[in-house]
Design a protein around this ligand. Sequence first.
Ligand code: F6R
Length: 591
Amino acid sequence: MCGIIAALSYNDNISNNLISALERLEYRGYDSAGIAYLDNNSSLQRIRTVGKVQLLKETVERQQIKSHIGIGHTRWATHGTVTEFNAHPHTADGVAIVHNGIIENYQELKKGLVNEGYVFESETDTEVIAKLIASHIKSGKTFFEAFKQSVNELVGTFAITAIYEKEPHILLGAKKGSPMAVGISPDKQSGYIASDAVALSTLANELAYLEEGDIVVVKKEDQILYEIFESNGQKIRREIVPNKVSLNDVSKNGYESFMLKEIFEEATVARKTYERFNYNIDISKFNNISIIACGTSYYAGIVAKYWIEAIAKIHVDVEIASEFRYRNPVLTKNSLYIFISQSGETIDTLCAMRLVKEAGIKTLALVNVDTSSIAREADFTIKTEAGVEIGVASTKAFVAQMLSLLMLCCRNIDIEAIERSINAILNGDHDIAKLANKIKDCRSLFYIGRGVNYPIALEGALKIKELSYISAEGYPAGEIKHGPIAIIDENIYTMALAPYDKYFDKTISNAREILARNGKILLITTNDAKNFLHGIDKNENVECVFLPENNPLYLPFSLTTFIHLLAYYTAKAKGHDVDKPRNLAKSVTVE
Ligand code: F6R
């Protein structure tokens, strides 16, 4: 949430690099964007716009800026509405800062600063940081000392970068709870601090990731270099790792959106995950498995519960991280705790994992970004092989997570069958756009399924609501009659996930209960069910989609690709930005 970038260079066209990094960081938030920079007279300037980075880009381009040092921000609003006043960077007496995270004691700090005579222009928690640094500079401290002291006074989570007009040759950054990386350009002419490797993909080939409490100074000497200090003030070297994010990863490659590109990668991702899976974790040693995650990653955990309990006969709990971490869970040493996260930065999942580690229990993370906080802090990590996922709605990462989890309990997998069935959806002649047109104006929708199809129904409903803003609920098909059926009328569509598996007849009965109340059904089934439909396909309120038949174990993969495409086309039919749905951001680094 919120993307930050800072750059210091011998060149004076730093604004281009700030903007290109912000474009790549936009998946972290797009409520507003802004940059601050020092002009050729070393005077602090600021440009902020409400809305997406494109607007900032156009404004910046019109101004033909010459600057060698600056910071930039793309915002996902936490404190304060989406206005220019609340947009970052925030400034005070020649200091400018950008921030990702939440400052919990900002009211208290603000009181003190107001008493000193500072006037606040925004409703944000962030503005106190700029004023605090300025106040310490006023009391005689250097920029670095003032920054360090301010950081020590902050309670909460943050990644902050700052510049100061009277010290135009240094950039400062601090990390606690929110991710931060630092890198130098290959020609040593520019140095950068950013939220992630994606921001720096075309700017720095090698990166160092800051650890909790670190402060980084990027400075201009004979060349651009950086120094990192631990919270105790000691200089420290953090491991330098290659920046593996390529231009290809951050381009749409001819697709009209990242989401569509990423759905079209689902078969390849399944193949890569299968081929690169070389982890020897013997889950049979454990009496119990607890899976903890958020959102789509949580649903992958529920899919795994069905598989692991059926195949490995081990009891599995699946929990939402934000609930797990605050409910005083009973932790047991002979349990395996698995934390799933695409980004590896989701704060609730990270903190839930820390809770388990603090109890002296080993943790296993299933993470897509191997340089992320969760990957670095877990005792053991399985890397999912989805590649960089930029569309805000997670798609291909879900496929990689499911396959990795399946491989934890079953190594004898027919990957060709999985690939083939996903490709049959991607390249098949199902007119998914036409189906999307039918559901796009619904007041609300249900997705229903039984067994392993239930978490896929949850995923289908989540994707519909986050992209199309239609109220959608995923339900176990057998549960509908315990209340939700009251909502059913002729305006409600229900997507029934009913492949020809052991739950088929029961789900069809549940679909008939909905039809009896004039509800409409989109029956998503498989070719081998055709002889067992007993006329339901002839009902005027039923639309059938036949997916390729497969081993029931692999059906969640093709169903997933189908529901992802259906969500994509529904959002498109409504004219929405599928990569940047409203109010959302990828990488949820605030609680
Ligand atoms: C939904 C979606 C979110 C994420 C959730 C967890 O399409 O993308 O629900 O799945 O925010 O994120 P990670 O997996 O990065 O921890």
